[in-house]
Write a protein that binds this ligand. Sequence first.
Ligand code: ZN
Length: 289
Amino acid sequence: MMEDLGNRWADLNVDDEEDAGFMFDQVEGLMDDFDARWCLVGRLLSDKLIDFDSVRNIMGSLWRPGNGMYVKELETNKYLFQFFHEVDINRALEGTPWTFNKIPLIIKRLREGDNPRLCVLNTMEIWVQVYDLQVGFKSEHVLRVVGAYIGKFVSFCPKNFTRIWRFYFRVRVLIHIDRSLKRRMKIYKSNEEWYWANFKYERVPRFCFICGVIGHSEKFCHRLFEESLDSIVKSYGLFMKAPDRKQHRQIGARDFRGKGGYGLDKNQGENGGIDINEPISGSKFKFQK
Ligand SMILES: [Zn+2]
């Protein structure tokens, strides 16, 4: 075929160039070379145009990839992040949710053969703290069901069932960003008797207190256009935000160094028996002997 075309066009005179031509099927231009083994596609949930260099610099400083990272803007607020090692890409994936200037960045790992431009980004993994599970319900089975109720169960926190004191259990869940966050779940003890298990989301990006969806505040909720202001109830709120674990860790570490903690036996050392990742709320804190 190519040979035929070549022979045919070889006979054309220079003057014929104006009239000759060939219609090609347009192939979506693939990216410059990229290695699909370690690629993420990311989308910032914002209508505003975000400065590309800032995104590259800030996400780089958050992820701190040891082997470097290459970023390409695919379209407005959608990016390809090329990493060069499994460790680096995993750090970004396991640390979700990420935000850039309070704007959620939805990321997804690219699979071999995926076209990054066509990649649909509408889910995020997040740690959810499950509170108020009663005795008899503190099991992996219950947490698995709770995770599936919130979104899609991903994993447990390995520390859930260690002997370290905790107020809650942690479940990693994949949530759909177009759906309302779940606040709580009815746990039935029998056909009639039930109680609420309550949820708090770790490092959750801004979400709407009217509709419970991530990515906008109540000022920009679609329900404002559909209902009268009087009838709108803010059913969601800050109570669904888990305390910042990092902040607590820093406060905890300082306190432990200075005064030996809240009645902590000095022989136990800085973290003796205490999970310093846990929120420490004044005198309510209990120690595991
Ligand atoms: Zn809303």
